[in-house]
Design a protein around this ligand. Structure first.
Ligand code: FES
Ligand code: FES
Length: 864
């Protein structure tokens, strides 16, 4: 098939004449697809809501995905590639020095917006004005604090001072920060190959329907269409899944869809647009079924919601200690409350993208931005019906994930198309497809009964939780298990009785998301603590101080806590002066205290490896198998190598190596820093013992194979490490507007304090959105009702209050350098703290998320 040649458009690109076909849907497509200009990123085209594609049009910042080509004829377009070297370096170094980027996907667009403002206003550019201009942008990682710091530096004309990279504790710039800031470090969708074909997924029109017939002929006849594949073309397994293999790669004729993100066909075209146009022509005949969307109904229904499964209860997790009934009976104060949390979308800025390339040896190489390339490799091989050594999966650092890229999204379908065509095929989801396909944060209903004595010491907690897990299992059972495990927060509770149930429905799938069930549970537990504090007549701070877990105490499901848990009280104590000061000033104040396990625990044998290799060109390779998704695992690897080997940081090259079995499992649960640092440290020690010879792979391994399943032994070690955090929300006592957040986080050891602060600031931003405005609802037919980034309620830069971060370092026993991890715990305490502050303002106890004060809701809806 050939692509019709149409009229052309001529304009000036970065100072030189450029001509493109006129049939691109917008300027962004012309830049990326025809001219291979890839610094403008595609986070949401054509909706113009993320700002990632911002360019200058005649010197004015403009989102390229909302710019029709007819508007650029004869005009001047500037992208980051077109800035002179000195200016590029100034922006790149300012962002690197400030720690103003994590995954980096949003940054090139933000730099172009900043340039437009700095060019106009120079040193007069006010921070608040810049924050307002960033209303056209989203950053899901940073919380904007360090982005604004970086822009301020450039605007002021001050010299950028880059802290030199160093060992553990160094504030040196993030690895590859400058290339990321300039958009030069490619993501999967930036990869280009000769003969590349493009694939688009044809999703179902109904969350639950029998698929009677799929007619691919009209799509195949479309201009530029190359092939259309359905389940009938799968040579191997139909279903995939990290834990349960219950998720069809393609739903076949005769099968039944189970959620609105099910895939019916994969359509391959010469261009992305041709594939997209053709996909719309796949005709499907359905017999729609009534979806089961109420988890309470699904839990007791005989009718099975999800095709190919045998019941709607995905999992039950339960444990008990002591006599809760007797303890509640004799408690001086008792609280009974029902809390409801909402479904939330990750909104990582880079939509999922996969590229599959046939190998010369008859195998298949797949580029993935996923969080679990080993699982991806095994599952792709199973779908293709070939040995797993014929599939290699290469990790490409992604543009944010937060748990949402643990499951395969389009990797298997892309691999299938490339395998059957024996041509390279890329598939990049649109923002709407991304929303539909990947799992979300679980909505949970949590019913709590809790008691304390007259002095406020907790006596008992009973909790019952029901989570809507959506259609396929993903890791839903583990999320609900973790919610149950964290039900009592970081407190000593003598009697506990907890049960959680994950229910299958035909709603969007829920799975891993930063915090992994601990957020929901501790929103409820913190609410209970504040209600009890009021009954006792003590402050929220005092109530927590009287109950916080100490080393040697038995926690939640029965774990005897080690010395690392002293971090909880240290975080609380760190906030005491700010708490008192805010109260004295008459502010409405709320406090949240939380813990979150790092690593998998629960008896899972965790093993990870790393390789250090000295090259004859003077460089030293550090190879590991973890996904860099903005959290800074490469930087951790570099700093550990510098610490152990005393190297010049410029000699260290960090590589993700998927050709050797260096990793195991997913990059999840703050595992990367904790496990990766241990493996790199041990590889460095092996190198030192071996004399640091050239061209030798020095292998290091880190093992955590000493945790227990719940109930396996008398005093189980369920988790090897926990992170701890206390957050203080200070609000206006009349309006309830949040004025400031102070976040004290015990990270065990801050490998890079700047990166740790960035993780916390980004988490607080995410946590405020979770508390106040964010949600991803679906209707009675199981179909999401908010389908754009703007409608999700994510806070924009101008709505984020000042965030003060206090890093606490209480080392974790048996962990490399005492590291505890920082990513997971980030927003666990936030919603509870917000609820308490709002209660102080208006006397209303909140039980439902999002809490949505009108002021913030309208701001978050993008009215800027
Ligand atoms: S891709 Fe253009 S604004 Fe998001
Ligand atoms: S750094 Fe902004 S979205 Fe990741």
């Amino acid at each position: 098939m050939t692509v019709l040649q149409t009229a052309t458009i001529t304009f000036t690109l970065n100072g030189s004449p450029a001509t493109v076909r006129a049939d691109h849907p917008h300027l962004l497509a012309a830049l990326r697809e025809e001219l291979d200009v890839t610094s403008p990123k595609d986070g949401c085209s054509p909706s113009g809501q993320c700002g990632c594609c911002t360019v200058l049009l005649d010197g004015k910042a403009q989102v390229a995905c909302q710019t029709p080509l007819t508007k650029i004829e004869g005009r001047s377009v500037t992208t980051l590639e077109g800035l002179d070297e000195a200016e590029r370096r100034r922006y790149a170094q300012a962002f690197a020095a400030a720690g103003g980027l994590q995954c980096g996907f949003c940054i090139p667009g933000i730099v172009m917006r900043a340039k437009a403002q700095v060019d106009r206003k120079g040193a007069a550019l006010a921070r608040e004005d810049m924050a307002r201009h960033l209303g056209a942008h989203l950053c899901r990682c940073t919380g904007y604090v360090k982005i604004l710091d970086a822009i301020e530096t450039v605007a002021s004309g001050r010299e950028v001072v880059l802290t030199p990279r160093g060992g553990i504790g160094s504030r040196g710039a993030k690895y590859e920060a400058e290339a990321l800031a300039l958009g030069d470090r490619g993501y999967v969708d930036d990869l280009r190959l000769p003969g590349l074909l493009h694939a688009v997924l044809r999703l179902t029109d109904h969350a639950r329907a029998d698929v009677v017939h799929i007619d691919t002929a009209p799509a195949l006849a479309a201009p530029g269409a190359v092939a259309v594949f359905t389940a009938a073309d799968i040579p191997g397994d139909l279903r995939v899944g990290i834990i349960h293999k219950d998720w069809p790669v393609l739903v076949p004729e005769g099968g039944r869809t189970s959620y609105a993100g099910d895939v019916l066909a994969i359509v391959v075209g010469e261009t992305r647009q041709a594939a997209r146009d053709a996909a719309a022509l796949v005709e499907v005949t359905y017999e729609p079924q009534q979806p089961l969307t109420d988890p309470d109904v699904a839990m007791t229904s005989e009718e099975v919601a999800v095709w190919g499964t045998d019941g709607n209860v995905l999992s039950r997790s339960a444990y008990a200690r002591g006599d809760v009934d007797a303890a509640l009976e004799t408690s001086a104060h008792v609280v009974h409350e029902i809390f409801q949390t909402q479904r939330v979308e990750h909104a990582f800025l880079e939509p999922e993208s996969s590229l599959a390339v046939p190998r010369p040896d008859g195998g298949l190489h797949v580029y993935s931005g996923g969080q679990g390339i080993w699982d991806d490799r095994d599952q792709i091989a199973a779908v293709l019906g070939i040995d797993r050594d014929r599939v290699s999966v290469e990790l490409v650092s992604n543009g944010g994930a937060f748990g949402g890229k643990e499951d395969m999204s389009n990797q298997a379908q892309t691999a299938l198309a490339a395998w059957l065509l024996q041509r390279p095929v890329k598939c990049t989801l649109s923002r709407e497809e991304s929303f539909l396909v990947h799992p979300k944060r679980h909505p949970l209903r949590l019913e709590y009964w809790a008691g304390c004595d007259g002095q406020g010491r907790l006596t008992a907690v009973r909790a019952r939780m029901v989570g809507d897990s959506g259609a396929y299992a993903s890791v839903g059972m583990k999320v609900l298990e973790r919610a149950a495990g964290h039900a009592t927060g970081p407190y000593r509770v003598p009697s506990v009785d907890v049960e959680s149930v994950a229910v299958r429905t035909n709603n969007p799938i829920c799975g891993a998301f930063r915090g992994f069930g601990a957020n929901q549970a501790q929103f409820a537990m913190e609410g209970v603590m504040d209600r009890l504090a009021e009954k006792v007549g003590v402050s929220g701070w005092e109530m927590r101080k009287r109950n916080v877990v100490h080393p040697g105490d038995v926690w939640g499901p029965g774990q005897e806590m080690d010395d690392g848990c002293a971090g909880a009280e240290r975080c609380l104590d760190a906030l005491a002066p700010r708490y008192e000061e805010a109260r004295r000033a008459g502010k409405a104040v709320g406090l949240g205290l939380a813990l979150k396990n790092s690593g998998l625990g629960n008896g899972f044998k965790e093993v990870t490896k790393a390789v250090v290799r000295f090259r004859r060109d003077g460089l030293v390779e550090v190879r590991h198998g973890w996904t860099e998704m903005g959290q800074g695992i490469h930087t951790v690897a570099l700093q550990v190598a510098v610490e152990e080997l005393g190297l010049d940081p410029d000699r260290v090259v960090v590589l993700v190596d998927t050709s050797r079995e260096l990793g195991q499992g997913q990059t999840t649960g703050s595992r990367g820093t904790l496990m990766g640092a241990g493996a790199v440290r041990n590889a460095c020690q092996a190198a030192k013992q071996g004399g640091c010879q050239y061209d030798v792979d020095y292998l290091g391994e880190h093992r955590v194979d000493w945790t227990h399943h719940m109930g396996e032994v008398d005093k189980p070690i369920i988790h090897s490490a926990f992170g701890y955090a206390a957050q203080l929300v200070i609000a206006d006592p009349v309006s309830g507007a949040i004025e400031r957040v102070v976040a004290a986080h015990d990270v065990g050891r801050a490998v890079n304090p700047t990166l740790c602060e960035g993780q916390v600031e980004g988490s607080v931003h995410m946590g405020l959105g979770y508390a106040l405005t964010e949600e991803f609802p679906s209707d009675l037919l199981g179909v999401p009702t908010k389908t754009t980034l703007r409608s999700l309620g994510i806070l924009r830069a101008k709505d984020v209050p000042p965030i003060e971060v206090i890093l606490v370092e209480v080392p974790q026993p048996r962990s490399p350098y005492g590291i505890k991890g920082v990513g997971e715990i980030g927003l666990v305490p936030t919603a509870g703290a917000v609820a308490a502050a709002l209660h102080e303002a208006d006397g209303q106890w909140r039980t439902t998320l999002p809490m949505r004060p009108p002021r913030t809701a309208s701001a978050a809806a993008g009215d800027d």
